[in-house]
Structures are given as structure tokens and as C-alpha cells.
Write a protein that binds this ligand. Structure first.
Ligand SMILES: Nc1ncnc2c1ncn2[C@@H]1O[C@H](COP(=O)(O)OP(=O)(O)OP(=O)(O)O)[C@@H](O)[C@H]1O
Ligand SMILES: [Mg+2]
Length: 462
């Protein structure tokens, strides 16, 4: 069975203090080990894991602060309480500066010790929780959470893998809802900057002036309402990544400033004179065609080239419909869990509709449709009636009539259309050729000829 008792190490050269603390803390329900000098302490730390270490400052062989320094190098998150017989403020301050949780002056009183130990262990718990949370965030945004195995998405994954751990600026392009933000996160959390922050700025959300101070910060009094000095997102993202979403929306003036940050890695706060240097990796995203915007004169081409060092283009969902069943399964699971539902299958009619629909809102629209179905519906099978009306109304017939006319001579396109129209007319007339000919106002022999020519036959032969 796992021992749930918290482990505490007491390091003091005075035998009486060691024994007193050991007894006291054992009574409180902790597991306690003791060491009489720094070297002994280090040996124990190599063998056991301690949640908390209490260290006396004045010891022979190695003083307490020195021991603390070594321990912290081994484990930067270690929690330490320092004991000192002198009310010498200097050492105490030194210990606190080094990151000790607290210091206790000797002779100490019992309740003070108990309280400090309990608080320190609570802090330790918090630290662990935060660590778990970080790990979870990392997992949540790793590549595994981008669903889809179509050839086109595999190209995207390969590119992410290749450029994630570089400092190259990346421009992510794709229609709304294709997963640009997911890709940005995957890039950050697969880079060596993963422990530093990923800071997201939505460039479309703020008017120019506010966006500028949001990005670069401002000095106190820089403009009306700037009561305090404020750091900008670039400073917050130092050592990490900044994700500039909807980059197409930034004003010409800010485009110039951004260009400078990319080139020189430096800027000034609004209203400030001091030049600030940062180490930030830049990822930008847009659902607009920046090249067109350059053409119109609304986006600087030099900025575009700086941003577009690596370009990741996420294809719209309608161009990778083979991903749909996997996405549906993923979202079904997700929303089953969130809503305590148990949808297990998608009926073939519903799947046909999901497949025929063109998904102008891409994966986001699909996710919303599945969430809605799970929330509103019940049972194990997702049926067409659970889907939004516009998707239910997708005409499977119409899809049959859709013509793909890219790069083809007109003659061929017309033949394709004719073939589809004939097939549909025949189906509507249950393959009665005489009736179909009348409907289409052509002769029966002309119809027979075309059926032969296009190789048309009923899907439902007896
Ligand atoms: N391949 C995918 N696998 C799983 N979920 C996805 C995928 N692509 C997108 N999503 C989900 O769809 C939603 C929209 O994705 P995201 O916000 O990344 O899109 P976007 O491209 O940034 O869109 P916009 O341009 O509108 O901001 C999110 O909830 C995201 O989790
Ligand atoms: Mg987005």
C-alpha cells in the first residue's frame, strides 16, 4: 500500500532539537527523518523523497544556506523552512530571497512550528497541482488532439513536426474553423519553449490604439486612462511564443511596428523611451487571403514575407471529407462525457448527410452540430432528425448533380452535366424510358443512344 504520510527531513546539529522536532511532527502524523549535518542530509535526499525540509542555519561541515543552495539546484521546487538561533535579520532575509518558504527563530514555540509546517505542505500541494495542470495542458494541445488522418492533414502534421522546435515565424492559413488555433498550440507545446507562456492576441478584437498598448504595453500617463505602467503581451511572452490571431486586421501603423519587432526583437512601450528586448517566437494566423490584401494595398508585403517564413495551410473540411467519421466519433465521445449521454453510433442516413454537406464553417460547425445533437437527443444512435435543419436539408440528389469543372474543356463539362441529368431523370421515372424521354422532350431512340453512350444503368437492377 502506498504510504500517504508526508515525509519531512529535519537537519540540525543539535541532538535535542532533532529529537524534539521528530517527536512533535510524528504526533502530527508526518513521517520524519533527521540528519545532523548537510552531508548526511544530502545522502538521505538521494534515497528518499521529502515534501518538506527544515534546516538549521548554523551547522558545522556545511552551513544551512549552503545546503539549501545545493538542494534547490537538485529540485527547484523544493520547500524549505530555515531555523536560526539569531534574530540576525541578514541571514533570514538571505534565506527568504533564496526562496525559503519561511524562517523560524530559535527558541521556537510549538504552535508556530506546527502552523508553518502545515502551511508549507499546503503550498507544496499547490505546486504539484499546478505541475499536473501544466502537464495536462501540454497533453491537451499536443498533436493527438488534432483529429483527422486524411493525406492533406498528414502533410500538416509533418510540417508541424518539422518546424515546431525551431524559432521560425509561422503563418497559419485556413478558413474559419479549420483548427488554426489548435495548430498554433501544437507548435508551441512541441517546442523547447513549451514551459514558457503561449500568449494569444486576437488582433481583430481591439481598436488600433488599444491593440498597440496590448501588444507593446504602455508607460504611466501615455494616454488618457493610462493610470499605471503596463507590460504588453510581447513582454509577457518573453522566452515563449506569441500567437497573433487574425493578423490581417492590424492597421498599417501597427504593421510597421510589428515588422520592427520581428526584425530587431525590440520595441518601446507606448509613451516610453526605453527600448525593450524580447526573445519571442511569433506565430500568426489568418483566414483571409493576405496576397490579395497586398494587391489591394491593405497589407504590407515586407511584413507578409517576414511572417510567412514557414506557411502552414489547413485545408477546408470539404476537401478532406474522409476525416468526417473520425471527427464525429471524437466529438460524440467528448460531448457524451460532458453531458452524461451515451450515443454510440451514427445512423447511415445521418452519416450520408454529414458527408454530403459542404461545411462552410468547417470543423467548428461540425463540432457544434454534434454537440447540439448530443445535448438535444437521447439514445444510442444519432439520427438525421438530431442534426441542424440546414444539414438535414442537404440534398443528396443535388450532390449527385454537382459538376466539377476545373480545368476541363467545355465539351466535357457539358457531357458530364448531361450524364447526370439523364441519370436523375431516369431515377425519377423508375427507369421507364418512354416516360423519361417525354419528360426530357427528346425521342426515345435518342435517349436509348445516350444511355448506351454514357453507360448508364440502374443502381437497383433486379
Ligand atoms: N482537426 C481537428 N480535430 C479536432 N478538433 C478540431 C480540429 N479542427 C478544429 N477543431 C475544433 O474546432 C474548433 C475551431 O477550431 P479553431 O478555433 O482552431 O479554428 P480557427 O481556424 O482558429 O477558426 P477561426 O478562423 O474562426 O478563428 C475548436 O473547438 C477546435 O477544437
Ligand atoms: Mg481562431
Amino acid at each position: 500500500m502506498k504510504d500517504l504520510k508526508k515525509r519531512i527531513l529535519v537537519v540540525d546539529d543539535e541532538d535535542s532539537v532533532r529529537r524534539l522536532l521528530q517527536e512533535l511532527l510524528k504526533k502530527e502524523g508526518y513521517q520524519v527523518k533527521t540528519a545532523e549535518n548537510g552531508l548526511e542530509a544530502l545522502e538521505l535526499v538521494d534515497k528518499f523523497h521529502f515534501e518538506l525540509i527544515i534546516i538549521d542555519i548554523r551547522m558545522p561541515v556545511m552551513d544551512g544556506l549552503e545546503l539549501f543552495r545545493i538542494l534547490r539546484e537538485k529540485d527547484p521546487e523544493i520547500i524549505v523552512i530555515i531555523m536560526t538561533a539569531y534574530t540576525g535579520v541578514d541571514t533570514a532575509v538571505e534565506a527568504m530571497k533564496m526562496g525559503a518558504y519561511n524562517y523560524i527563530s530559535k527558541p521556537f514555540n510549538i504552535s508556530e512550528i506546527k502552523l508553518n509546517v502545515r502551511r508549507a505542505l499546503e503550498i507544496k500541494n499547490l505546486v504539484e497541482e499546478v505541475k499536473d495542470l501544466r502537464q495536462e495542458i501540454k497533453v491537451r494541445y499536443s498533436l493527438n488532439n488534432i483529429i483527422g488522418n486524411s493525406g492533406k492533414m498528414q502533410e500538416v502534421y509533418k510540417l508541424i513536426g518539422r518546424v515546431a522546435d525551431s524559432n521560425a515565424t509561422v503563418l497559419i492559413q485556413g478558413e474559419s474553423g479549420t483548427g488554426k488555433e489548435l495548430v498554433a498550440r501544437a507548435l508551441h507545446y512541441n517546442s523547447s519553449r513549451q514551459k514558457a507562456p503561449l500568449v494569444t492576441v486576437n488582433c481583430a478584437a481591439l481598436p488600433e490604439g488599444l491593440l498597440e498598448s496590448e501588444l507593446f504595453g504602455h508607460e504611466k500617463g501615455a494616454f488618457t486612462g493610462a493610470f499605471e505602467k503596463k507590460k504588453g503581451k510581447f513582454e509577457h511572452a518573453n522566452k515563449g511564443t506569441i500567437f497573433l490571431d487574425e493578423i490581417s486586421e492590424i492597421s498599417p501603423n501597427l504593421q510597421v511596428k510589428l515588422l520592427r519587432v520581428i526584425q530587431e526583437k525590440e520595441f518601446e512601450r507606448v509613451g516610453g523611451l526605453e527600448t525593450i528586448k524580447v526573445d519571442v517566437r511569433i506565430i500568426a494566423a489568418t483566414n483571409r487571403n493576405l496576397e490579395e490584401m497586398i494587391h489591394e494595398g491593405s497589407f504590407r508585403d515586407d511584413l507578409y514575407y517576414r511572417l510567412n517564413v514557414v506557411s502552414i495551410i489547413i485545408p477546408p473540411l470539404r476537401e478532406r471529407k474522409e476525416d468526417i467519421p473520425f471527427l464525429v466519433e471524437y466529438f460524440l465521445n467528448k460531448y457524451n462525457q460532458e453531458n452524461g449521454k451515451e450515443f454510440k453510433y451514427v445512423s447511415s442516413e445521418a452519416l450520408q448527410l454529414l458527408d454530403a454537406y459542404e461545411w462552410p464553417g468547417n470543423v467548428r460547425e461540425l463540432e457544434n452540430a454534434i454537440e447540439r445533437a448530443v445535448v438535444m437527443g437521447n439514445g444510442e444512435i444519432l439520427l438525421p432528425e438530431h442534426l441542424p435543419l440546414n444539414i438535414q436539408a442537404t440534398s443528396l440528389e443535388e450532390d449527385k448533380l454537382k459538376v466539377h469543372y476545373e480545368d476541363k474543356p467545355l465539351r466535357e463539362i457539358l457531357r458530364e452535366v448531361e450524364k447526370k441529368v439523364l441519370k436523375k431523370a431516369l431515377e425519377q421515372n423508375q427507369w421507364n424510358k418512354a416516360r423519361t424521354a417525354v419528360k426530357l422532350q427528346i425521342s426515345r431512340s435518342a435517349l436509348l443512344y445516350k444511355i448506351e453512350e454514357y453507360g448508364l444503368e440502374s443502381d437497383f437492377k433486379d
